[in-house]
Design a protein around this ligand. Sequence first.
Ligand code: UDP
Length: 351
Amino acid sequence: MQEIHAVVAGAGIWGCTLARRLAEKGMKVLVVESRPVVGGNVRCEIDPETGIEIHLYGSHIFHTHNDKVWSFVRRFVEFNGYQHKVMAHFKGKTYFLPLGLSLINKFFNTELKPCEIAAFMKDENNSKAIFDAFFRGYTSKQWGRDPESIDPSIIRRVPVRENYDVNYFNDYNQGIPLSGYNSLFERLLDHPNISLECGRAYRIGDFPGTKVYYSGPVDKLFNYKLGELPWRSLKFETETLDISDYQGTSVINYPDISVPYTRIHEFKHYHPECKDTMTMAKTIIMREFPAAWKNGDEPYYPISDKSSQELSGKYLEEAAKIPNLVVGGRLGGYKYLDMDQAMAAALELEI
Ligand code: UDP
């Protein structure tokens, strides 16, 4: 490609969506990605032995109530209609996780009706018992700090309901791409106006005079000159087992503090339409261990508190001073974004 009108640095959801929009506007776009492959932390791998799609960075379920996002993403992939359920294993019993009638009635051995839940949970003994069982240990492990000290909006991601709906998300549009997650990124970038260079990290000053859309860590862009933004990381242990079904569902959480991992993913359950895989006498599970982050580790979750928000604000102000530079995405914006939110941000950006 001779002439380049825009550079997209980072080939995750935000970057690939933007690249596609720019290309469809007639601009020649160069996508540079520091990793050898596209897809960011949504990257998957098809296990050669079993054909099972492994979510390399933990389970990803596309879910949204944003109709614009849903229409856009389905131009590139078809979804399989999978509806996400999360279970939690606590003291020998397994519960459906949304904090609703199923969990509460099983935990307390009651038969409460929807209209009785609010009053029941107002009783501090009841709400504390639920919090201590399902949230305290998980949150301490996940964030490496006291649950009381984390941003309450994080725990509020888990739905609270007064009915038996055990869907983990409130979004009516959900699923896993039938052709796999990697195909979403490959198809977003499959446009004559887009060229891709993997294994290349963007640095300020590259591509002078060309507009750059950057979605890597914003502190890294400035060589950490104001300090490092804190992240929480994860480690994974993957195992192939010679049984058809290990846990009967895609994710079981382990909120008990004495269990070192937070959840076990069993990937075949994300593709119930693959009958051969579902019935084969093999399965792949992955245990997820929260981990402290140090520079060089994979960043997963921004640790949002007053000081980190101030610091990310300062970096974003610095970035805004650089002509032709736009910073966004989960890493760039230092925001706990779901996939659809990253896509929405890229669709809404003025280009
Ligand atoms: N959480 C919890 N117990 C659970 C699941 C979640 O305490 O069994 C809390 C925990 O603090 C977690 C947050 O709720 O970080 C958000 O959970 P979510 O499942 O949305 O996390 P993600 O899938 O994004 O890692």
